[in-house]
Design a protein around this ligand. Structure first.
Ligand SMILES: Nc1ncnc2c1ncn2[C@@H]1O[C@H](COP(=O)(O)OP(=O)(O)OP(=O)(O)O)[C@@H](O)[C@H]1O
Length: 262
């Protein structure tokens, strides 16, 4: 891949005691395309997301985002650089409403230290209004604008995933890492989530997506990286890569392409 990568992970190693979760993973994610990260259960996908976003530190290797090394930074600092993520399960305060959850996300607020709070109250109000406007726009986009006063805990599984995506968007990220955006979601809402991601992609939003649903991977991802046992097994255009024998064997666990639906 010749153009400059938006995200590059370089020879990442991560061990948990005697278990090697990531064993020299190198891959690139480029702007303007949706990338997928697939692989069997336990192959290291979430661990890699954790390493990229500062939730886990690598034992070895580098993470470079937008030309800058980010390994070793805290999750908060990573998101401030424009690299945000969602999780497999909702981490939102369940008693807080959808809108309250959305307003938890904004950062780089003027009022982050007491002196500036005192000196610049007007600017804070302005920012709050901007955040509120932005939250409304995003909630419309992710189809949660009719649920603003609903506690996060009362949303369906798919709506919780849309809320996490909405919160990530509040931070105006250059890249969003989605961890299984349709797992456990009912089919109708899967269509909505796919549509929202496509719309965002057309607007220039970059994504790296972990997903087990191959139909969704085919619909959304231009390029995939396949992990197996903590190593990159294959990378390339989605359709071709999904048909490679080693991928079918390792990932899909099926004997033929027909059985795997590739
Ligand atoms: N905090 C941890 N402590 C110990 N082992 C861990 C920890 N996190 C992950 N692992 C192990 O690391 C390996 C990779 O796990 P990981 O969750 O990254 O895989 P995955 O590809 O995301 O799997 P899935 O598709 O099931 O979500 C697994 O063997 C897992 O049990």
């Amino acid at each position: 891949m010749s153009e400059q990568a938006l995200l590059r992970v370089d020879d990442i190693h991560k061990r948990f005691g005697g278990l090697t979760a990531l064993d020299g993973v190198s891959m690139e994610v480029h702007a303007g395309r949706v990338f997928g990260l697939i692989g069997p259960n336990g192959s290291g996908k979430t661990t890699l997301f954790n390493v990229i976003t500062g939730f886990a530190q690598p034992d070895d290797g580098q993470v470079v985002f937008d030309g800058e090394r980010i390994d070793g930074l805290s999750p908060d600092k990573v998101s401030r650089k424009g690299l945000c993520r969602t999780f497999q399960a909702s981490l939102n305060p369940q008693h807080m409403t959808v809108m309250e959850n959305m307003l938890l996300a904004p950062q780089n607020q003027v009022g982050e230290n007491i002196l500036s709070t005192v000196l610049r109250i007007g600017r804070i109000r302005e920012q709050e209004e901007e955040s509120l406007d932005r939250a409304w726009d995003i909630l419309k986009l992710v189809k949660l604008d009719h649920q603003v006063d609903t506690p996060a805990g009362s949303l369906s599984g798919g709506q919780k995933k849309l809320l996490m995506l909405g919160q990530a968007l509040m931070l105006r990220p250059k890249l969003i890492l989605l961890d299984e955006p349709v797992a456990g979601v009912n089919p109708r809402l899967i269509e909505d989530i796919v549509e929202v991601i496509r719309k965002l992609q057309r607007q220039g939003q970059n994504f790296l997506i972990i997903e087990h649903n191959m139909q969704v991977v085919r619909q959304l991802c231009d390029t995939i990286h396949v992990l197996d046992a903590g190593r990159v097994l294959a990378s390339g255009a989605t359709r071709e890569t999904l048909q490679r024998e080693e991928v079918l064997k390792a990932y899909l666990g099926r004997r033929t392409r027909e059985e795997a639906g590739a």
